[in-house]
Design a protein around this ligand. Sequence first.
Ligand code: PAF
Length: 269
Amino acid sequence: MLHIKSNSFNRIGLVPTMGSLHEGHLGLIIKAIKQNDIVIVTIFINPTQFDDKLDFIKYPKNIDEDLKKIRGFNSNILVYSPNVEDLYNNKIISKKFDFNNLDKIMEGKYRKSHFNGVATIVYKLLSVFKPTNAYFGEKDYQQLIIIKALVLQKKIKTKIISCKTIRNKNGLALSSRNLLLTNKETNLAPIIYKTLKKVKSFKNKMSQNEILVYVKKIFHDQNEFKLEYFKILNEKKLTSVDNLKKEKKLRAFIAVRLGKIRLIDNIKF
Ligand code: PAF
């Protein structure tokens, strides 16, 4: 689908997605429309970034709805929605990247091949479309940092633009996976963001370890949840910090399992 309204596509904005577009994605598209002459939205559920086959199979798919939402913008938007074979030929495997420790912690620890899969597909899209700007949400903050590292490492000229996490009225960070939560789980899930906000208020009162004990207790007391990790890290390098009071550029990260669904979130700390 291509609505051409201008002859000069000097600036190309790329918005890579896995579809099931929600307000978070639409926010990326709106920013991309403002900053570019043409926007390319890619919709591709990338098999190599799923370490869990069932998660891949169950990932929500809503291409007709997605196209309807994109048409609503009435701007220069091109949608690229390839098949797996278009991007991988017969070999559905990811390339191996070296991001030092960036991809070994948090998501990388719990989802072993995840970031090689993400980087494979993002590298491919950046190489093919050569966008001026590419847009990623802060909800997947570790992904954002790794993509910035990828661009530096591969000397890609695209500017990586980050966009704030969009939340529902109860604070739950928007994610396509939220569609897979039961009603009960949807009502429970806002405790994730509430906990992040609460511990932020402890910054100058508690040590990192005390905060971790507090977070562990919150999720231990809720049978439906299983805490995978909670970390407060330097937000640029994703390295651990000794003293919360001294460090300025901090971010708190959390991953939980709620029933069968894995949810992540983060806030500036
Ligand atoms: O964030 C996502 O939706 C995916 O990880 C991305 C960047 C589209 C790569 O498949």
